[in-house]
Design a protein around this ligand. Sequence first.
Ligand code: IMP
Ligand code: MG
Length: 182
Amino acid sequence: MATLAKEPELEVFLGRGQIAKRVEEIGAEISRDFAGQSLTLIGVLKGAAIFLADLSRSLSVDATFDFVGASSYSAGRHSSRALKITKYLDMPVEGRNVVLVEDILDTGTTVVFLRRLIEQHQPRSFRIAALLDKPSRRLEKVEADYVGFRIPNHFVVGYGMDYGERFRNLPDIYILPSSHPE
Ligand code: IMP
Ligand code: MG
């Protein structure tokens, strides 16, 4: 967003070129792992929508899309442990190779919750792709199978990620000003 980009203290944390290159690499890796098979990409709304859009176009295997809405962040920076399902899956995942696509793996609460939910429906396989990983914040025992970038505990926005629903449409990723490690 122009107003954000104009703030003098703001610097791009991960630039669009860097992101695009890494997303291509992950796409190639997933395509190798699932060569000759098909996939169901399940994006976690809303943050992963842009990552899913780019990742899906870097795959050389057949992929269907689905989206699940889960929200643990209300409007601010702090995660509450309560999760709300805001949209359920449209299509059955039984017998499918599922890749859950997340913007950030943070405490792990969201993906652990969704993994449990999806695995009840007997997918053929289940993997997690996270564009960003903040391992220092983890509360659950979970790792992503595909990680774009491991980052320190900064609050970031852009490329799908928001602060109070803003900034999702920024093409680069920024550290939100005055976000300090907790
Ligand atoms: P978890 O359940 O704590 O792993 O939370 C993951 C979700 O919190 C992510 O999918 C994001 O939507 C949100 N989140 C965590 N860190 C950030 C951040 O730095 N910026 C924006 N959203 C974040
Ligand atoms: Mg999210």
